[in-house]
Write a protein that binds this ligand. Structure first.
Ligand code: AMP
Ligand code: ZN
Length: 114
């Protein structure tokens, strides 16, 4: 999608600090981090949100979750605990409509989230 911010990051038209990459996924640091580790994991293919990604039914959602865990291990937060968040829909705070998993860790995380 030509007007999608994260598609532009995939296409290297907009710079990002990429920390992990597989054939079908990309992970980069959030520009406005909410925790010491705050990485976004996306499928390179455009899907608007987690529901659309799951609907694609081709194993891509599985790859995104595996990439999320690989990022947590690489960032050193897997043992201490980390959070994977898919804000889904504007009412849940989604602002970029290219599905992304927030990987948050490196500090205590309270529950319920705000
Ligand atoms: P959400 O509100 O769940 O849609 O999350 C969108 C996230 O994208 C926010 O945490 C933003 O800080 C982050 N973000 C927006 N623009 C960029 C960018 N150019 N590079 C990295 N992260 C970004
Ligand atoms: Zn996109």
């Amino acid at each position: 999608m030509s007007d999608c911010l994260f598609c532009k990051i995939v296409a290297k038209e907009i710079p990002a600090e990429i920390v992990y990459e597989t054939g079908r996924t990309l992970a980069f640091r959030d520009i406005n981090p909410q925790a010491p580790t705050h990485v976004l994991v996306i499928p390179k293919e455009h899907h608007a949100d987690a529901a659309a990604l799951a609907e694609a039914d081709d194993g891509l959602a599985d790859e995104v979750l595996k990439a999320a865990h690989a990022v947590a291990v690489q960032e050193g937060v897997a043992e201490g605990g980390y959070r994977v968040v898919f804000n889904t829909g504007a009412g849940a705070g989604q602002t970029v409509f290219h599905v992304h998993a927030h990987i948050l860790g490196g500090r205590g995380l309270t529950w319920p989230p705000g």
